[in-house]
Design a protein around this ligand. Structure first.
Ligand SMILES: Nc1ncnc2c1ncn2[C@@H]1O[C@H](COP(=O)(O)OP(=O)(O)OP(=O)(O)O)[C@@H](O)[C@H]1O
Length: 238
């Protein structure tokens, strides 16, 4: 396989009248991490939802490993190895952690046990709390459960919408470390992050979105060094 893991071309999508994301084109190489940053309302979540099959594209194409998945709905995307962790409402609150994880792999009855072992290795606290209802977890643990559910898909492409949102500084570090570990197993990661410095810090490439468009798409290290981006999105870096 020589082509990109994800190839997005001319993607336009929104929630009714008008497009929120406009003519979005980019590629994500196999085994790499791309972090998308940008101001509130830039369309970052809308882009990731469109790639996850939650929002239907109006025009454009989405290919994963060369397969045309344009317009495919979310549950079928999972069967193609695309897993999505939404920013909110990302667990079944009345189900236990274990039941949530089982829901993540409801089509893979034969490999479910193995996958759960892998998730417990990534997030030991989920094993400790496997019998607890997800609604009773702390915010950080709930975020891990949502991440764990996505890993139950055994994804080749992981779509993360602000995985560090609402976490304590210590948990933020752990979350990024886990993303890095997952990536090291060969999973491609596309991640939206407000926490731009840390999000770009583990990424290969960085994308800046504003007003529904990609404004910059550069090696993450170059974006971190870009003074204009620094001022706009990363805070003062002196
Ligand atoms: N479900 C929805 N229905 C209608 N409009 C929506 C919906 N979700 C988002 N929007 C609108 O789409 C635009 C882009 O929102 P989006 O959440 O994609 O931006 P974002 O870059 O992820 O911002 P944030 O960092 O604040 O999450 C906003 O103007 C928002 O009001």
């Amino acid at each position: 396989m020589t082509g990109p893991l994800l190839a997005v071309e001319g993607l336009c999508a929104g929630y009714g009248k008008g497009d929120i994301i406009k003519d979005v084109t980019f590629e994500l190489s196999a085994g790499s991490i791309t972090t998308i940053i940008g101001p509130n309302g830039a369309g970052k979540s809308t882009l990731i939802k469109t790639l996850a099959g939650v929002v239907r594209p109006r025009i454009g194409s989405v290919r994963v490993d060369g397969d045309d998945l344009t317009g495919m709905v979310a549950n079928r995307m999972a069967a193609h190895g695309v897993a999505y962790v939404p920013q909110e409402a990302n667990v079944f609150r009345t189900l236990t952690v274990q039941e949530n994880l089982e829901m993540g792999a409801w089509t893979a009855t034969d490999t479910r046990h193995e996958r759960m072992e892998h998730v417990f290795e990534l997030f030991p606290v989920l094993q400790e709390r496997s019998a607890v209802r997800a609604g009773n977890l702390s915010g950080g643990q709930r975020q891990m459960a949502a991440f764990g559910m996505a890993m139950m898909v055994a994804p080749r492409l992981l779509l993360l919408d602000e995985p560090s949102a609402g976490l304590s500084p210590k948990m933020v570090g752990q979350m990024f470390e886990t993303v890095r570990r997952v990536n090291e197993t060969g999973v491609g990661v596309l991640m939206v992050e407000q926490n731009a410095i840390q999000g770009l810090g583990i990424a290969d490439r960085g994308i800046v979105m504003a007003a529904g468009e990609i404004k910059l798409n550069l090696p993450a290290s170059e974006l971190l060094d870009n003074a204009e981006v620094g001022e706009l999105y990363l805070g003062t870096r002196q």
